[in-house]
Design a protein around this ligand. Structure first.
Ligand code: SAH
Length: 400
């Protein structure tokens, strides 16, 4: 095989790479020799010609090289078997009882552009980078060897593929799958639509937090906002909540969450409504002259989608976060718990807490922080790759 082209990067750019970050931006490149084609494997060196690793080149992307190893490697089935095998071991260590989890979380597992989710015996694959797309046959063989899955489904319908010059690609790649499948998370059954649901079917990153939040649910009147399939709500109901009301704007999600409640014998404790949470909270907190709002809930969960796509949209997102917190706090009984999450990488933990405190100030409420949350360990955080850290959450008790 011909020797791969060498990408030399500018002075001052190597430290981030040495610390483990896998991205080389177009603007960081000093020289490419011989010329590299899109999707080609390349070797990367610093300006003093010291080797930094092996990656894949794409002139169409702002991220011109995604590094896959600090060493010279061949991206074949053996490479992916080894890398995905290590990722699997990590999950077995940190989520020993789980049968459904994220096996590969892209940069978090040093496989930029690749996501693999395991839903019991079905795997869902999402590829967002050209180089990774070229490796698809090797990836599929590695997954078959490691898991012997009933089916492998591709869910490469993410907008970021456009920036890589890739069309969407969806469907069953291996085996057979029709319709939704049933998975178990923490012993609760969920119906998951791997072929068409959000993300690859479910938000697996909250797996640990479902249980952590459920400990505030005993005998509680619970409101689960942005409930999707009922992850927080059903865990709360199983933990002994008096009643759980779930809200999501998607009719299909609401219907699925009610089916999930029934499948777990929790139907009598659960209700759900297809509504816009902003409108619903506004309506519930509206009071006439001389009327006093009577708070109804002992536990409120706020788990909205990311309101930010980029840094520029952060101020608007913060207004959205503040509004839902302000209204939720008005509906929370004294001593009650607000469990709240933010899945935007662009909003830091500090900034998120600041917004909640600003809402508490406007509502003249005082809060006690009783827990902090992060993404479940199948979405590992690599601090030298800041983009791998995105989910943050808190539980606050209402002091007064
Ligand atoms: N808590 C869920 C994940 C929530 S993801 C879980 O643990 O699985 C965000 C959800 O919010 C999606 O299901 C989406 O349909 C819903 N959503 C987005 N905007 C909304 C809005 N304004 N009002 C109600 N639901 C909304």
């Amino acid at each position: 095989m011909a020797h791969p082209p060498t990408i030399t990067i500018k002075p001052g750019e190597a430290d981030r790479i040495l610390a483990g970050h896998p991205w080389i931006y177009k603007g960081s490149i000093l020289d490419v020799s011989p010329p590299a084609g899109d999707g080609d494997v390349v070797h990367v060196k610093d300006h003093r010609q010291r080797p930094l690793g092996t990656g894949i080149f794409n002139s169409h992307s702002k991220i011109a090289v995604r590094l896959l190893s600090p060493d010279p490697v061949v991206l074949d089935e053996a490479f992916f078997k080894d890398r995905i095998g290590s990722a699997l071991k990590l999950r077995e260590k940190h989520l020993p009882a789980s049968t459904s989890f994220r096996v590969v979380n892209a940069e978090s597992d040093f496989l930029s552009g690749l996501i693999v989710d395991k839903y019991e015996d079905v795997l869902a694959l999402q590829i967002s980078a050209l180089g990774m797309d070229r490796c698809k046959p090797a990836i599929i063989s590695a997954l078959q060897a490691l898991f012997q899955p009933r089916a492998i489904v591709e869910r490469s319908d993410v907008a970021s593929r456009k920036h890589e010059g890739l069309p969407e690609s969806n469907g069953v790649l291996i085996g057979e799958l029709t319709g939704p499948l049933t998975i178990q998370l923490n012993g609760i059954r969920f119906e998951v639509d791997v072929l068409g649901g959000h993300k690859t079917g479910m938000y697996l990153d909250q797996q640990m937090n479902y249980q952590a939040v459920a400990r505030f649910a005993g005998k509680a009147q619970v409101l689960d906002c942005f409930s999707f399939l009922g992850g927080f709500g059903l865990h709360a109901a199983r933990a002994g909540a008096a009643h759980v009301h779930m809200l999501d704007q998607s009719e299909e999600a609401v219907a699925a969450s009610l089916r999930n409640a029934a499948a777990n014998g929790l139907a009598s404790a659960c209700s759900a409504e297809a509504v816009n949470v902003f409108d619903w909270l506004k309506a519930q907190t509206r009071v006439g002259v001389n009327e006093k709002l009577v708070p109804k809930f002992d536990l409120i969960v706020l788990d909205p989608p990311s309101f930010t796509r980029n840094r520029a949209s952060v101020p608007d997102a913060l207004r959205g976060y503040k509004e839902i917190h302000l209204r939720a706090l008005k509906l929370l009984k004294p001593g009650g718990t607000l469990a709240t999450f933010c899945c935007s990488h662009h909003v830091s933990t500090e900034l998120f807490q600041d917004v909640i405190l600003a809402a508490a100030f406007d509502a003249r409420r005082v809060l006690r922080r009783v827990a902090t949350f992060s993404q479940s360990p199948d979405h590992p955080v690599i601090p030298s790759i800041p983009e791998t850290e995105y989910l943050k959450g808190f539980a606050f008790e209402l002091v007064r």
